[in-house]
Write a protein that binds this ligand. Structure first.
Ligand code: NAD
Length: 276
């Protein structure tokens, strides 16, 4: 499978499907990432707080895939926000990943009450200017957070990675991203599996195309232009989640999935999550 790419606002390209490793223990991460690379994924999404950057790095080192064919993302944890501490945390992540540059570095959460995300973004701008980070982005940012960091630096994030699935379609945020040239990346694209994938409306669309519920939800994302990073440690599901490029949903079926929106989150609210 050759995964289509999206072009970011700095001209870099990013695979539209990547492999997420949230909640995968470090010891199991190497095998899971190795399986994903075998299946054809080239984009891997980790984070310092997941505790598995070393496992990702080991898999990359052992797989023999040329570095330039990979797209590696990690995220700065909240406790490291601030200018100098960001630069130190970045060096630690790169060492664990055994890389000399990152494709995409994200501020994991704005944690607005702590008031540090703009200083943090200035450090991201420096890492991008130095070429150590090919693309700088954010995660869980709301429009007011995005406006503030752009005003302070002139650097528009390449990506905003946010919770997004048919029960949280994020239409206003997607429109804001489109207007400002920010790519929308969906975390928990399957709504974490349970519940969402059992929805009868999704089941009906899956039956119509003779595909799994996960596959039609991923197709819905792709047709909206979202980047997705589904997670699984099960080899058959890892492959299934990438096998979505030989069919497409009719507009009415895209609309039927969008109509499941109830603005309900599986994760924290970015405006009130100030965890450090
Ligand atoms: P997800 O929506 O990818 O769901 C994963 C779960 O869905 C799996 O654990 C499994 O139970 C089920 N599943 C996967 N494939 C399936 C299939 N084909 N059929 C049936 N069930 C299937 O949820 P996620 O792991 O929360 O999110 C994906 C990735 O997003 C994470 O691994 C992580 O990289 C990223 N993420 C980022 C943030 C953030 O704050 N930036 C937060 C959460 C997750």
């Amino acid at each position: 499978t050759s995964v289509p790419t999206v072009t970011l606002n700095n001209g870099a390209t990013m695979p539209q499907i990547g492999f997420g490793v949230f909640q995968v223990p470090n010891a199991e991460t190497t095998a899971a990432v190795a399986e994903a690379l075998r299946a054809g994924y080239r984009s891997i999404d980790t984070a310092t707080v997941y505790g598995n950057e070393e496992g990702v790095g080991r898999a990359i080192g052992e797989a023999g895939v040329p570095r330039e064919d990979l797209f590696i993302t990690t995220k700065l944890w909240n406790s490291a926000q601030g200018y100098d501490s960001t630069l130190r945390a970045f060096d630690e992540s790169l060492a664990k990943l055994k890389l000399d540059y990152l494709d995409l570095y994200l501020i994991h959460w704005p944690t607005p009450a702590r008031g540090l995300y703009t200083e943090t973004w200035k450090a991201f701008a420096k890492l991008a200017a130095d070429g150590r980070v090919r693309s700088a982005g954010v995660s869980n940012f709301q429009p007011n957070h995005l406006a503030e960091i752009v005003d302070a630096t002139g650097l528009v994030p390449a990506v905003n990675q946010v919770e997004l699935h048919p029960r949280l379609t994020q239409e206003p945020l997607r429109a804001y991203h489109a207007e400002h040239g920010i790519v929308t990346e969906a975390w928990s694209p399957l709504g974490q599996g349970k519940g969402l994938l059992d929805d009868p409306a999704i089941g009906a669309v899956a039956a119509k195309y003779d595909r799994s519920p996960a596959q039609v939800v991923l197709r819905w994302h792709l047709q909206l232009g979202n980047v997705v990073i589904p997670k699984s440690v099960t080899p058959s599901r890892i492959a299934e989640n990438l096998d979505v490029f030989d069919f497409s949903l009719e507009d009415a079926d895209v609309a039927a999935l969008s109509a499941l929106n109830v603005d309900s989150r599986v994760g924290p609210d970015p405006d009130t999550n100030n965890q450090a």
